[in-house]
Design a protein around this ligand. Structure first.
Ligand SMILES: [Zn+2]
Length: 152
């Protein structure tokens, strides 16, 4: 697969169409996001906050459906890849496509972690750790305030 290096356009996987599509990158200022989001959504997606564990909106949500970016609607995680990590945060073993999320090195709080952001709008989603279950061994630890769920 060829990556699109265009500054304004980006290729992402669209789960509903089951194909890779080219969409416009979404860039907004902090103050624009503040107007568009709830206080909690803004704090987490834009200011890189972390919600309190156990406050997850999706504790009981499993099965068919897709978790999308709360800011731009990009498909991020399939319901079937969600697992109970016992951490109090929604956890997935893989994104719908590596195209849809971007990993960045995060050195805050004296730790080196891999931050996960939405590839289309740059929204802070959470972090990925290498202690997840098969088949990937990865654990995407995501703030539920960064997501919205669309049942299939
Ligand atoms: Zn997004």
């Amino acid at each position: 697969m060829k990556y699109n290096r265009d500054m304004t356009n980006i290729q992402i996987y669209d789960a509903r169409q089951n194909k890779v599509v080219t969409v416009e990158r979404i860039e907004r200022s902090d103050s624009e996001w503040k107007k568009l989001l709830t206080g909690k959504q803004y704090e987490i997606t834009t200011r890189k906050g972390t919600e309190a564990p156990g406050t997850c909106l999706f504790e009981t949500v499993h099965g068919p459906g897709i978790f999308r970016c709360v800011r731009c609607g990009t498909d991020l995680f399939g319901g079937a890849t969600k697992f109970d990590s016992g951490t109090g945060w929604p956890s997935y073993y893989e994104p719908v496509s590596p195209l849809n999320v971007t990993e960045k090195s995060d050195r805050s709080y004296g730790m080196v972690r891999a931050e996960v952001v939405c590839a289309r709008c740059g929204s802070h989603l959470g972090h990925v750790f290498e202690d997840g279950p098969p088949p990937t061994g990865l654990r995407y630890c995501i703030n539920s305030a960064s997501l919205k769920f669309a049942a299939k």
